[in-house]
Design a protein around this ligand. Structure first.
Ligand SMILES: Nc1ncnc2c1ncn2[C@@H]1O[C@H](COP(=O)(O)OP(=O)(O)OP(=O)(O)O)[C@@H](O)[C@H]1O
Ligand SMILES: [Mg+2]
Length: 508
């Protein structure tokens, strides 16, 4: 037996009703390497790692997996067993309990117990130790629900690292992290690697593969297409393997002709409605034209999400400033008000705000639009089905049927459902908060094309994005936020990554 091989997949097949998520996968992972898994939405990446963590137990799939030469047999649905064997996983979707503290979350299910009760001092001391060790800037006593998505993700990682893992699996760990946090994570991974920990790394951000992985396996439609040293690939060849065809450009050319100003935001200031002493917006001004794509850039925590949530009536309490729609001041107090005047928002946190996971794709898509489909006494199901099917098709949604539960979709496909849902409201202004997070390169392209089409038909789009290439590739103008303020607006012709960063960090 080759001692260097820590995991050996032999003809692994995993089927769900109507879908073969993994199709005869054979691949090997070497001890101590950082092994990237890449592939389009629905390719089977998460399914593969869920088998490793025991979410899909032994017997629910065909084929076998050798772990250090022994057949891996994880029984039952508890992931504790995998953890005890040294396999830890950080999930794509956050799994923390919002009402608990950071420490309680990290030690959930393994709290230090003394004389029959939890030793809280010890729990928090150990929490602090882990956080310090990995230089994670979070307070052990903080409630998870008060942390931003970025910090929550860090707690997830700390939780997995607290287990002395031999194999650490990260399923899109950076989708919500800031640049600085990503750098920090990369450092952690290098440290773990130097200690011989094996890492399986899933991401849709191609540059991360090249930055951190030693080896890459490419999955397509449940099949392992190839495993090879990362150094033998470049962006183009990687993408070509993933999508099975050549992709020449990342951003489709649009033919947008922005018209008159339809939305004007002037010196908008707002506080946290739950904590009025906490100012979240301290002076934001910009305008939006008809048929324009306006990018909003800024660092994590600069107030981008707070800004759009405030405009949408779902969050901040406005203390000063005005919002004018087609020249008239408007007051939006709730999402319902916003929808009424033609403003829709694709939210950042799809699980919390976007979707009802146990409901069907169809119901989720039509949820925001029930008025449109209500006939007498019952929803017009045919119309609902036709509209949802059209949206699914536009977005290349990968699902066994529209009746399937959203929880059965891959992460990226869940995101597409959120987008489809808000597109159906036929907004005049569509706000998209990080719309392509967790979405593969091919599907990103489809979403960009759709954005172009909408804009060409006169819809105005506000797009928040942390991906500078995306902001530069898709926007007509870019508003850069810094510390709760709009720190400048750049015309696309003059915008560069350096100028955006200078405004975002407050240097300019
Ligand atoms: N619990 C489930 N029930 C039914 N089908 C499922 C279930 N989980 C996954 N699938 C299907 O299996 C396929 C693979 O999904 P998986 O989540 O592994 O994809 P992925 O590569 O992680 O995609 P993404 O990049 O979008 O996260 C998809 O077609 C998905 O719809
Ligand atoms: Mg996934």
């Amino acid at each position: 037996m080759d001692n260097d091989i820590i995991l050996d997949f032999q003809n692994v097949t995993k089927k769900f009703p109507g879908v073969t998520a993994l199709d005869n996968v054979s691949m090997q992972i070497r001890r101590g390497e950082i092994h990237g898994l890449c592939g389009e939405n629905g390719a089977g990446k998460s399914t593969l790692v869920k088998i490793l963590s025991g979410v899909y137990p032994y017997g629910s799939y065909e084929g076998k997996i050798l772990y250090e030469g022994q057949e891996l047999r994880l029984e039952g649905r508890s992931i504790r067993q995998a953890i005890e064997q040294g396999i830890a996983i950080v999930y794509q979707e956050l799994t923390l309990v919002p009402g608990m503290t950071v420490g309680e979350n990290i030690f959930l299910g393994k709290e230090p117990v003394e004389n029959g009760s939890i030793n809280w001092d010890k729990l928090y001391a150990e929490t602090r130790e882990i956080l310090t060790k990995y230089k994670l800037d979070v307070s052990p006593q903080a409630l998870v629900k008060n942390l931003g998505v970025g910090k929550m993700q860090m707690v997830e990682i700390a939780k997995a690292l607290s287990e002395n893992a031999k194999i650490l699996i990260l399923d899109e760990p950076t989708s919500a992290l800031s640049r600085a946090e990503i750098d920090k994570l990369m450092e952690i991974l290098e440290t773990l690697k130097s200690h011989g920990v094996t890492c399986i790394y899933i991401t849709h951000k191609l540059e991360e593969f090249f930055r951190i992985t030693d080896t890459v396996t490419i999955l397509r439609d449940g099949k392992a297409i190839t495993t090879r040293p990362t150094a033998s690939l470049n962006q183009e060849s990687l993408v070509q393997h993933m999508v099975g065809r050549e992709m020449k450009e990342r951003f489709p050319k649009g033919n947008r002709q922005p018209g008159e100003v339809i939305l004007e935001v002037e010196n908008l200031q707002a506080v946290d409605p739950n904590e009025p002493s906490h100012k979240v917006l301290s002076g934001v001004s910009f305008n939006l034209r008809r048929g324009e794509i306006l990018g909003i850039a800024g660092l994590m925590g600069s107030g981008r999400t707070e800004l759009v949530m405030t405009i949408f009536g779902e969050y901040g309490k406005i203390t000063a400033g005005t919002i004018k729609l087609q020249g008239k001041p408007i007051q939006i107090k709730s999402a319902r008000d916003a929808l009424k005047v033609g403003i829709s928002l694709v939210p950042e946190d799809r699980k919390g705000q976007g979707l009802i996971l146990i409901q069907s794709i169809l119901r989720n898509i039509s949820l925001a639009n029930l008025d449109q489909f209500s006939g007498f006494f019952r929803i017009n199901q045919d119309a609902e089905l036709a509209a949802a099917a059209q949206q699914g098709k536009n977005l290349a949604l990968k699902a066994s049927s529209l009746q399937a539960a959203v929880s059965s979709l891959s992460g990226g496909n869940q995101q597409k459902v959120v987008i489809a849902k808000w597109l159906l409201t036929q907004p005049k202004i569509l706000i998209m908060d990080d719309p392509t997070r967790g979405i593969d390169v091919g599907a990103k392209y489809e979403i960009y094309k759709l954005m172009n089409e909408l804009a060409e038909h006169g819809v105005s789009i506000i797009m928040i994005s942390s991906d500078l290439e995306e902001v530069l590739g898709m926007s007509d103008r870019i508003v850069v936020m810094h510390a709760g303020r709009s720190n400048g607006t750049l015309e696309i012709a003059e915008a560069t990554q350096e100028k955006i960063m200078a405004l975002a960090t407050g240097i300019a």
